[in-house]
Design a protein around this ligand. Structure first.
Ligand code: F58
Length: 815
């Protein structure tokens, strides 16, 4: 086989050949899209070869593999990453220049696969990147949603959701693998297996079957030869589903009914679950993912191994939150019903194979499924869940004889108010290790949400603090800073050994270095200003403090607390036009779930405040508010390098970890934050002097919540009262007092996440921010120290911890 060459000439030749043979066009008639697709294929060819070598090395070594099961992957754009990882950007720039295009032009055709919601999906992508970089044999499994996370637009300031048809122009980064398709069943009936006297083995006859068609995306490691894959499943109707006779009879809709029903399974990320059908579809998706993936894992295992004894030694499956937890039941079904293993052996294998990562503390976010729904869709799995629960509760009864209340609390089945399967309980019971994603989160999980389990099996609980990949979030997102860091540290090894950033601390007092550090930030702010102007029409000042709050819109994250601060500034500036305040741009970014009405109204309020502030001739000279639409990984990469201040202001005890906080600190933003999630660990590392801390801690918040009266804060704090009254008066709604009344009512009536209680402390902390900002050199010093001391938050460190403490896997080097 001809292998791809490594010179500029080879690259150029491959480009021309791909343009001609793959796109079927010529240089003279190629469109911009042809140019992009051709470049993508040419870069991809360089990865394919490494992938082939990786597969061969893995086959040879027959190692223990990590299988990461996740309903979400937020990969971000692929072109820039793959140019970096194949070291071919240096070829592309001159070739593009010759042709009169820029790399940035070509990149604008690169569509980010939005196969996730937020932090959980992006974490999956960062961990996959680090596993490949550390030569860990791993496969990620997920769903190839036809439509990813919706595209956010604003109409009259209100969020409208548009479908994300991300593969419309074709996706050059994926490889279909039709030979590895799987068949998955749903519904149907179960019956006793004749050969099993224990009654634990049964026979399931599904009432519907669909095909799972895999394709994979390549996940290259940085600075290594390893290329792993993420395998994504798409649902297809089984063959012969098209009803030709009905079609012939003019019943066009009926003729394709089965096809539509099957293909709906992978149609969208998180189907609306406000209807019965929507809920069933979500469960169907989850089972589809795990059924396809487990069969594929077993297929891979059997390429090199026989029997089942070695299975847990060769296979470790990480469950990313509860969405793939039905895998525990499915593996039991496969082992017991199909491979005829005895129950106890199957259970021992299953338990040793799985581990579970929990990403939340909110009890309402712990998934449960109505028993009736599971029974109908997956009748055999429901029986298996009952059996698992039966044996588990026997174990509990032996440990705590007569403690009925504890049995009720631990049970996988919730009895009241309706019968439901608690997926997190199934996950803990079926796993060897359970982990939280930041120290505080793990501690609170063990003390509250999963307390009974932590008492029963203390050794099962681990903390693995999240991390982020410095390749995407520093090197690709912030090339200017990366260059400065590399120059300072002497080489690029910090990209795979992020603790080396500590070397920057030595120059944190060097005025010349600080000057250059500030120049990088300013240049990044100029770039961001261009993006912001393009997407919102608002002109922002690159010298103003760039204050960013980028994350999903959720009440516990408290975007409304930030907004109250903005409104206070607005009021002050209107009253005292000459007031000496620090010029600021407040940038929000984020989507609200389509059915989350209160947060959609808050988005609308942010836009309304922005409109009022930005058009006020006096206020807008010192304050700007922007909410560029459709925040995603690509936009995060534009915003993060330009940020001066990182808003991490969730109510303490609610944010499991956060990862945006890490990305921002690494890029030299200073955090204003509560003692929540990984903020605590960031502060411990960067130093209390370089972090703006405010607010209640988790214990104080929990105590206060028991007897909380938001109105008292409103009444006793004139600034707060003025801010809320400004909303109530319809100032941001052209005098309409009703539009945003629900926001006011919710703050004064319930204020679920204690924003009013933290308001004064937050304001005072923002004053400390202003004070610090006025000394630009001291600010730059703090900024350098934030980057220098954030090396711990590399996802390489996170993956190493998983490897050492949970997965017990070893790297396999690829020649
Ligand atoms: C996030 N969870 C946590 N869930 O909120 C964040 O603190 C953490 O840093 C991150 O995981 C990574 O550990 C998260 O993103 C979801 O998006 C759920 C998806 C399913 C519906 C409910 C939200």
């Amino acid at each position: 086989m001809r292998s791809v060459g490594s010179t500029l000439a080879d690259f150029e030749q491959d480009l021309i050949s791909n343009l001609y043979y793959q796109r079927g066009t010529t240089l003279e008639s190629a469109s911009g899209s042809d140019g992009y697709q051709t470049l993508a294929l040419t870069v991809r060819d360089r990865l394919v070869e490494r992938y082939a070598r990786t597969a061969a090395a893995h086959y040879e070594a027959n190692p223990r593999f990590v299988y990461y099961l996740s309903a979400e992957y937020l990969l971000g754009r692929q072109l820039g990453q793959n140019l970096l990882y194949t070291d071919t950007e240096r070829f592309v720039r001159p070739i593009a220049a010759d042709l009169g295009v820029t790399l940035e032009d070509l990149e604008s055709y690169d569509v980010e696969p939005g196969l996730g919601n937020g932090g959980l999906g992006r974490l999956a992508a960062c961990l996959m990147d680090s596993m490949a970089t550390l030569d860990i044999p791993a496969v990620g499994y997920g769903i190839r949603y036809e439509f990813g996370i919706f595209k956010q637009a604003f109409r009259d300031g209100a969020q409208v959701e548009r479908p994300d048809d991300w593969t419309f122009y074709g996706n050059p980064w994926e490889f279909p693998a039709p030979d590895d398709r799987q068949v998955v069943g749903f519904y149907g009936t179960t019956a006793a297996a004749l050969d099993d006297p224990t009654g634990l083995r049964r026979q399931w006859t599904p009432g519907e079957v669909v095909r799972g068609e895999p394709s994979h995306m390549l996940v290259p490691g940085y600075g290594t030869q390893t290329v792993n894959i993420i395998r994504l499943w798409q649902a297809r109707a089984s063959r012969q589903s098209f009803d030709l006779s009905r079609f012939g009879a003019g019943q066009y809709k009926e003729a394709v009914e089965d096809i539509v029903r099957a293909e709906n399974i992978s149609k969208v990320l998180y189907p609306d679950d406000s209807t019965e059908q929507g809920r069933e579809l979500r469960l169907k998706q989850q089972y589809f993912l795990v059924a396809c993936s487990l069969r594929d894992i077993i297929r891979r295992y059997r390429l090199r191994n026989t029997g089942w004894d070695a299975f847990p030694a060769k296979v470790v499956i990480q469950l990313n939150d509860t969405h793939p937890v039905m895998a525990v039941t499915e593996l039991m079904r496969l082992l017991v019903d199909e491979y005829k293993l005895d129950w106890d052996l199957a259970w021992s294998i299953t338990r040793r194979t799985f581990n579970y990562t929990c990403h939340t503390l909110l009890p309402e976010a712990l998934e449960t499924w109505p028993v009736a729904v599971v029974e109908r869709l997956l009748p055999r799995h429901m029986e298996i869940i009952y059996a698992i629960n039966h044996f588990f509760l026997q174990e509990v009864e032996a440990t705590y004889p007569g403690d009925l209340d504890r049995l009720r609390r631990l049970s996988i089945i919730q009895e009241e108010p309706d019968k439901r399967v608690r997926m997190a309980h199934l996950a803990v019971v079926g796993s060897t290790a359970v982990n939280g994603v930041a120290e505080l989160h793990t501690r609170l999980l063990a003390a509250t949400t999963l307390r009974d389990f932590a008492e029963l099996w203390p050794q099962k609980f681990h903390n693995v603090t999240n991390g982020v990949t410095p390749r995407r979030f520093v090197r690709l997102a912030n090339p200017r800073l990366s260059e400065l860091i590399t120059e300072r540290l002497g080489d690029e090894s910090w990209l795979t050994d992020l603790d080396r950033l500590e070397g920057l601390a030595g120059v944190a007092d060097d005025p010349a270095f600080l000057e250059r550090w500030r120049a990088v930030k300013r240049a990044n702010k100029v770039d961001l200003a261009a993006h912001v102007e393009r997407s919102t029409g608002v002109v922002i000042d690159p010298d103003a403090l760039c204050d960013v709050m980028i994350k999903r819109f959720h009440e516990y994250k408290r975007q409304h607390l930030k907004l109250l601060h903005v409104i206070m500034l607005f009021n002050r500036l209107r009253e005292h036009p000459d007031l000496d305040v620090v010029p600021r741009t407040v940038l929000f970014g984020g989507k609200a779930a389509p059915g989350y009405h209160s947060m959609k109204l808050l988005l609308r309020l942010v836009n309304a405040v922005a409109e009022t502030v930005n058009t006020d001739p006096v206020v807008s000279r010192r304050l700007k508010v922007v909410l560029p639409p459709d925040y995603n990984v690509t936009r995060a990469q534009w915003i993060i390098p330009a940020a001066d201040l990182s808003e991490q202001i969730s109510l303490a005890g609610k944010e499991a970890s956060g990862t945006g906080n890490m990305k921002l600190a690494l890029n030299g933003a200073l955090t204003i934050g509560t003692l929540d999630g990984a903020n605590i660990e960031i502060r411990d590392r960067v130093g209390a002097d370089n972090f703006f801390l405010f607010g209640l801690d988790a214990q104080e918040a929990a105590d206060l919540r028991r007897d909380y009266h938001p109105r008292a804060y409103y009444e006793s704090d004139p600034d707060l009262r003025a801010a809320i009254d400004t909303i109530a008066a319809g100032t941001f709604a052209k005098g309409d007092r009703s539009l945003f009344a629900p926001v006011v009512d919710s703050m004064l009536g319930r204020d679920e996440y204690l924003a009013l209680a933290d308001y004064r402390a937050y304001l005072e902390c923002q004053e400390r921010v202003e004070h610090a900002w006025r000394d630009q050199e001291a600010w730059a010093r703090m900024s350098v120290l934030n980057s220098a001391r954030s090396g711990f938050f590399s996802s390489d460190r996170t993956v190493r911890e998983y490897c050492d403490r949970i997965w017990r896997v070893e790297p396999v080097r690829v020649a």
